[in-house]
Design a protein around this ligand. Structure first.
Ligand code: FPP
Ligand code: MG
Ligand code: MG
Length: 418
């Protein structure tokens, strides 16, 4: 329960804005090729998907629209342009900033707004779900994963080639919708997200490359300029302050570095999308920089918590409950937080982690040691610390139902079972 004692249901608060999400996305996915169209829409049919990213965008839109000062800009975006069908050989639609607003437009520009959501913010919510889904289409090919959202994955159903192309198509349609928001800062934020998704996946690939000796040799030969520049771009530490002190005191440099790399990768593959789309929602609403920054930090901390909990669930939950395979990370050669912590207690795990759990019996031994260690408990503590950070980040926002739900979501992330 929240501090006031009442729990608000996000679906109720967001009402039709969330209900229309998948219908609207399907509209953005038209193609003359019926198979491409149906594969791209595959995960947008029926129920399925938690829609966490779009929900956050809509909540941030509401939470940043309340306040003593008018935050909403006169938006020059024409809804008829935003909603125009995208023909297959799409001619460039020249955008005229002075375009009069559509008479039927429901674009909100009032200054006494209480929790209002702009059409551009609603579209942003759809774009985030499209980018996320595109990344899942590619991810299941990379991970050779045959189940997603309790049904056969796209690669299982249609094969790798079509799954990759459908992912690319989704990304391209998301890009068109993004361009039509006519906000260059938002385009840059979401493009950074796409770049980060690939970088995160690449960091993970390099880590698990030592599953095969030749891949490891090839990777180390290319201790590449690209990798070094990536490393220097990363923030010094993503760990919450309390956690940093703890690791510095008790653990070696190697395990600290390994942990920082894990967190940096986690930011790239999960938190960047959440953080930057929260910020983009605030930017579209015309929020001041201090507000945009606050919701970015909220999204980053919540995103890190979300993925860290995901990494725990991979050890603790059954495949049926998850709707996707479990114990998958170790099988893929990946050492996530529970194993990295367990290695501090059981140093024999170090060698096994280094060789990517590739020898017979490595998987089983690692699983057993994780469950014997305090790795899972410490990972949960880490997630809780990130949630605290998330709540603190949005303390600058005025009180509202949407803000209350944003806080509630930090608790829900910690308690989620799938
Ligand atoms: C799921 O992780 C995967 C991601 C969060 C990102 C994957 C990104 C890419 C494949 C890069 C390409 C990106 C785009 C936008 C086309 P997971 O495998 O740990 O989770 P899972 O258990 O849900 O599979
Ligand atoms: Mg996967
Ligand atoms: Mg993956």
């Amino acid at each position: 329960t929240s501090k006031s004692g009442s729990v608000i249901n996000p679906a109720e608060l967001l009402g039709g804005d969330l209900a229309l999400l998948t219908t609207n996305i399907r509209r953005l996915l038209g193609s003359d090729h019926p198979v491409l169209k149906s594969i791209a829409s595959y995960y947008f049919m029926g129920s399925g998907g938690k829609h966490i990213r779009p929900m956050l965008v809509l909540l941030v839109a509401q939470a940043t629209s309340v306040g003593p000062t008018p935050l909403r800009p006169e938006t020059p975006v024409s809804e008829s342009l935003m909603n125009a069908p995208i023909p297959v050989n799409s001619p460039v639609i020249h955008f005229d900033p002075a375009l009069p607003r559509d008479a039927s437009s429901s674009t909100q520009t009032s200054t006494s707004n209480q929790g209002q959501i702009l059409p551009t913010q609603r579209r942003l919510a759809e774009i985030t779900e499209m980018i996320h889904t595109a990344s899942l289409l590619h991810d299941d090919v990379i991970d050779v994963s045959l189940v997603r959202r309790a049904k056969p994955s796209v690669n299982a159903e249609y094969g790798n080639k079509m799954a990759i192309l459908a992912g690319d198509f989704l990304l391209a349609r998301a890009s068109i919708a993004l361009a039509r928001l006519r906000n260059i800062e938002v385009v840059e934020l979401l493009s950074t997200v796409i770049s980060n998704l690939v970088e995160g996946e690449f960091m993970q690939l390099r880590n698990s490359a030592n599953k095969s000796a030749s891949a490891a040799a090839a990777a180390s030969e290319q201790k590449s300029a690209a990798q070094e520049s990536l490393e220097t771009q990363l923030p010094a530490s993503l760990a919450p302050a309390s956690h940093q002190a703890q690791t510095r005191e008790f653990t070696s440099d190697v395990s600290n570095q390994r942990f920082e790399y894990y967190l940096a990768k986690t930011y790239m593959k999960t938190a960047s999308l959440i953080a930057n789309s929260c910020k983009a929602a605030a930017v579209l609403g015309g929020s001041e920089a201090i507000v945009a920054d606050a919701v970015y930090r909220y999204g980053r901390a919540l995103g890190l918590a979300f993925q860290v909990v995901d990494d725990v669930l991979d050890f603790t939950v059954t495949a049926d409950e998850m709707g996707k395979p479990v114990n998958a990370d170790i099988k893929l050669g990946l050492a996530t937080a529970p194993v990295l912590y367990a290695a501090e207690q059981f140093p024999e795990l170090d060698t096994i982690i280094e060789r990517g759990f590739k020898e017979d019996g490595d998987d089983a031994l690692a699983l057993r040691l994780v469950h014997q260690s305090n790795g899972i408990a410490r990972t949960r503590d880490l997630a809780a610390a990130f949630c605290t950070e998330a709540v603190e980040a949005i303390s600058v926002l005025p009180d509202s139902d949407a803000k209350k739900v944003l806080v509630q979501l930090t608790e829900a992330v910690l308690n989620r079972k799938h």
